[in-house]
Write a protein that binds this ligand. Sequence first.
Ligand code: 6GU
Length: 221
Amino acid sequence: MIIDILTLFPESFSYLNCSILKRAQESGLIKINIIDIRPFSKDKHKKCDDYVFGGGAGMLMSVQPIYDSVMSVKKDNSKIIFPSPSGRVLTSEQAKQLSKEEHLIFICGHYEGVDQRVCEIFHPLEISIGDYVLTGGELATMVIIDCLSRFIDGVISKESLSEESFSNNSLEYPQYTRPADFMGYKVPEVLLSGNHKEIEKYREKMSKERTKKVRPDLKDD
Ligand code: 6GU
């Protein structure tokens, strides 16, 4: 998969060069390009924002630099995503669907947002990452990329995908590693028993309990 990120703040994206996403890029499963929008501005001072018509707080990102930066990378098979608190909230299922795309383009808004004509021209898929507001789309873009990358074959193991939270609309059971006793805080006996059937039963029970207590809104499957 090729991912092009259009942003006024390219320096925000170092997280994508760590750990699992770093490895996914090194092994050629994902290619991520971070593209600075500013050089595309036709303004003589490379200005990329302006006041809001009709009045209102703050500045909006202008349509021209975004239009030209999108056109510089857009192909017939590109899916354009505009992370925005006005979009539908990202789900695991949607991330899985997105992981099948060949080319994703992310438009990162900043300040008060972007000129609406960006949406009128490109009809991007608007995705929110939750019911709160961030100062820009950069963090949301990284959240979406991180989440969908895990569904690309080879990025993580198949077992990790099927066992984790949300994989069947429930939260993950608690896990422990060595030592079995840390300052008197003990690992539950059943996990040391080697009885795989009992371990599975215990994990299912813990998962159900945690989901019911913390996220009763998640529908059981
Ligand atoms: Cl995608 N962008 C911004 N700026 N704030 C958000 C968001 C996105 N999702 C939730 N809050």
